[in-house]
Design a binder for this molecule. Structure first.
Ligand code: SF4
Length: 448
């Protein structure tokens, strides 16, 4: 690939195309931050960039296919065919390694998750920037960009994800994450705090703490710590900022965490607890613990300590060995109305996982049917719970305006991207306003 001439320009422009979940978005921000501090410019239009990084997702097969499509789309862009670098980063190189490299000749370089801290060197090399020039670019940026800040064409967000750990040790039998992201490792408190402080100084009003397994934070330190301590300490220091924690496995819901949430007005009384199933034999085959009774008493314990709590979960339909009776039991559990929001996925058979080889795989059509039935049931159960909020007073963080000028935001009971929004009639993005809920439509709310 011809790259020499690209470097005559002052600040090489790097664009990112990010696939997958919020955790990948955080990784993209981290790479952007490193590049910005080294004198690269973050470009929003991939067709105008000197290098395009596709940060891929390959958690499941459909995500891999979408990432491949994104790679081929970027490979066909005029700037890339004319010599701009195409870098493939993230989960795909981590999962497929050498096989991917030998099949994707369009890419200039591959950066698996574990090597994302090398992004500056990789892009510099792909663009033919030598060490002396890189040092000059870095020197020119000294003091110009605060540590950790992301400057993307001046855009401002009022809500930001902060990752508190990476990897996972649970090895659920259907999941590729431990193979892609490696063993669980908490980020130390100073790193998380610095990240939060940067976001708050940029005007962010809500911090969403994420990881593959947030509830385990701190348990791998020599001096063991806890998620409750982390979120409580951050909420004390940044008292005007909302804190929300996503992806807490059932074992991570400790009384300490619940009391910490109950005692802080700025910690959202919102817990996202992936259960995946309720039938013990299926949970065992998933290499997970629990049962319907255990989960019911978990919900009862949560509501006792945090009465106004909002609960979200995710469920998998059509896992190998799931009989019609097992599925009916899952439906019964959903009908109990323990959860305000439920995400449903059809089981995806992933090569390299233990569940791939399990007997009694459920037929694809049947999996899709069960998943849709569960989604419909969840809508029937959950949307009346949203409607029951009419008349309640809630604080809403205003996030922005629709194209027609309508203001929208989210209440503490709505997590970003998954739970809908609240429409309000007054205020500015970044304001937290108190409204009374006047109407709802499915998962959306309206407040005055
Ligand atoms: S907890 Fe289970 S499903 Fe979640 S990332 Fe870890 S192995 Fe995967």
């Amino acid at each position: 690939m011809e790259t020499e001439n690209v470097f005559e320009i002052e600040s090489p422009r790097v664009a990112f195309v990010t696939m997958g979940c919020a955790k990948n978005e955080v990784d993209t921000q981290r790479m952007q931050s490193q590049l910005t501090r080294c004198g690269f410019a973050i470009e929003q239009d991939p067709e105008a960039a000197d290098a395009v990084v596709v940060n891929t997702c390959s958690f499941i097969q459909s995500a891999t296919e979408e990432s491949l499509e994104a790679i081929f789309e970027v490979a066909g862009m005029p700037n890339v065919t004319a010599g701009a670098a195409l870098i493939v980063a993230g989960c795909m190189p981590a999962r497929y390694g050498q096989d991917l490299e030998s099949e994707l000749s369009e890419a200039s370089a591959f950066v698996p998750c574990s090597k994302e801290d090398d992004i500056v060197q990789v892009i510099a090399q792909a663009l033919g920037i030598d060490q002396a020039r890189l040092e000059r670019m870095k020197a020119a940026m000294l003091g110009a960009v605060p540590e950790g800040a992301v400057a993307i064409n001046g855009s401002r967000a009022v809500s930001a994800y902060v990752k508190i750990s990476d990897g996972c040790d649970r090895f659920c039998s259907y999941c590729t994450i431990p193979y892609i992201r490696g063993r669980y490792h908490s980020f130390d408190y100073e790193t998380v705090r610095a990240d939060v402080a940067d976001r708050v100084s940029e005007g962010v009003k809500e911090i969403v703490l994420i990881a593959q397994d947030t509830g385990r934070w701190g348990q791998d330190f020599e001096d063991e710590s806890s998620l409750a301590w982390l979120v409580g300490t951050l909420a004390d220091e940044f008292a005007d900022t909302w804190f929300r924690v996503m992806y807490i496995q059932p074992e991570g819901i400790t009384d300490e965490l619940l009391h910490t949430a109950a005692e802080h007005d700025n910690i959202c009384s919102y817990f996202d607890i992936p259960l995946q199933h309720v039938q013990p034999s299926i949970l065992k085959a998933m290499h997970r613990k629990g049962s319907r009774e255990e989960y019911e008493s978990l919900v009862e314990r949560i509501r006792r300590i945090v009465p106004e709590v909002t609960l979200r979960t995710t469920l998998i339909a059509g896992f190998p060995g799931e009989t019609e009776e097992d599925f009916d039991e899952l439906c019964d559990f959903v009908e109990e109305g323990f959860f305000d929001y439920i995400g449903v996925f059809a089981y995806s058979r992933e090569e390299g996982t233990r569940a791939y080889d399990l007997p009694d795989q459920v037929d694809d059509d049947e999996k899709a049917y069960r998943a849709q039935r569960l989604r419909d049931l969840a809508d029937d159960v959950c949307t009346p719970l949203v409607a029951a909020r009419v008349g309640k007073a809630m604080n809403v963080l205003i996030e922005g305006r629709e194209e027609d000028g309508q203001l929208f935001g989210r209440a503490m009971c709505q997590a970003p991207e998954v739970d809908g929004v609240t429409y309000v009639d007054n205020g500015e993005p970044g304001n937290i306003v108190q409204v009374t809920i006047t109407d709802t439509l499915l998962y959306e709310m309206e407040g005055e």
